[in-house]
Design a protein around this ligand. Structure first.
Ligand code: CAA
Length: 279
């Protein structure tokens, strides 16, 4: 099986890493070759760390890195069996990508989207064969988080849905089946929860450090909410929050003012070197 990954940002590069580690020839597509090479360097780095820690053989690491080819041309995804789109969260961008992808791939190629806040049904609406579209929503960091949500859109074919589930298993994940509702399962719960966490900062007058310690040591979270928001990025979180608020109109879904200010100031988290914390 050959996998295509469109967009090699934080999520796409993690998904490409999973695919090559699982033994699939993988084509990664980015808009600029420099960005694609940066993603490959990162994948190579994480696989090298695994060798250093004794969880991966050197030969297996080299073979995995060699299974990844890079391109800027969507036409190079023509012979992929499954293409996973992990591009920018913008409906127009995804519509254009899906239309071009459908024109280059085979009739039986599955087109999956890693969208976290857009409707898979709406993304698939531009396809001539929307039955081939499905959601495969991974969690950040994709190589470490076990879950993948397999999202059935209105017109997803049964065999496509099951094939995406099986692919999730082959990628070493724990897939769950769900419907195309706003936020699917985890973000429907996690986004308002993280928004509450940010509001509590000001309401209770606690520091990010204290809130993080509270949720780690009082609720068993693996990382605190402010650390997690810095990992996800204020831009990604605010965008997902707004998308959920637009659809559900629940006040808790709306992005908290403090996070919007951080976004406006370019304090996006790890990716810009400053969020709730400095990196
Ligand atoms: N890709 C690949 N490998 C990575 C990586 C990445 N992005 N980040 C780290 N690693 C590797 C590293 O090699 C690291 O080892 P070294 O530091 O020795 O090199 C190794 O993984 C282990 O990393 P950690 O020691 O940091 O692992 P940890 O035990 O602290 O766990 C964690 C890290 C899994 C991220 C854990 O803190 C956790 O579960 N956090 C919660 C994350 C979470 O909730 N994510 C969901 C975000 S919401 C979302 O994604 C939805 C959405 O739509 C926006």
């Amino acid at each position: 099986m050959k996998i295509g990954v469109v967009g090699l940002g934080a999520m796409g590069s993690g998904i490409a890493q999973l695919a090559v580690e699982a033994g699939f020839d993988t084509v990664g597509r980015e808009v600029e070759m420099a960005r694609a090479e940066k993603a490959r360097d990162q994948i190579a780095h994480f696989l090298t760390r695994k060798v250093e820690k004794g969880t991966l053989e050197q030969g297996a690491r080299d073979a995995a890195v060699a299974r990844l080819s890079l391109t800027t041309a969507l036409a190079d995804l023509a012979d992929c069996d499954v293409v996973i789109e992990a591009a920018y969260e913008d409906l127009e961008v995804k519509h254009e990508l899906f239309q071009v992808l459908e024109s280059v791939v085979r009739d039986d190629t599955i087109l999956a989207t890693n969208t976290s806040a857009l409707s898979v049904t709406s993304i698939a609406s531009v396809l001539e064969r929307p039955e081939r579209a499905v959601g495969m929503h991974f969690f950040n960091p994709a190589p470490l988080m076990p879950l993948v949500e397999i999202v059935r859109a209105e017109r997803t074919a049964d065999d496509v849905f099951e094939a995406a589930f099986e692919l999730g298993v082959k990628l070493g994940k724990t897939p769950i089946r769900c419907s195309d509702t706003p936020g699917f399962v985890v973000n429907r719960v996690l986004i308002p929860l993280l928004n509450d966490c940010v509001r509590v900062l000001d309401e209770a007058g606690v520091t990010p450090q204290a809130l993080d310690a509270g949720m780690k040591h009082g609720a068993g979270w693996p990382m605190g909410p402010c650390e997690l928001l810095d990992l996800v990025g204020a831009d990604v979180h605010v965008h997902a929050s707004e998308a959920l608020y637009e659809k559900l109109r629940e006040p808790r879904m709306a992005p908290p003012a403090r996070l919007v200010r951080m976004l406006q100031a370019g304090k996006l988290g790890r990716k810009t070197g400053e969020g709730f914390y400095r990196y």
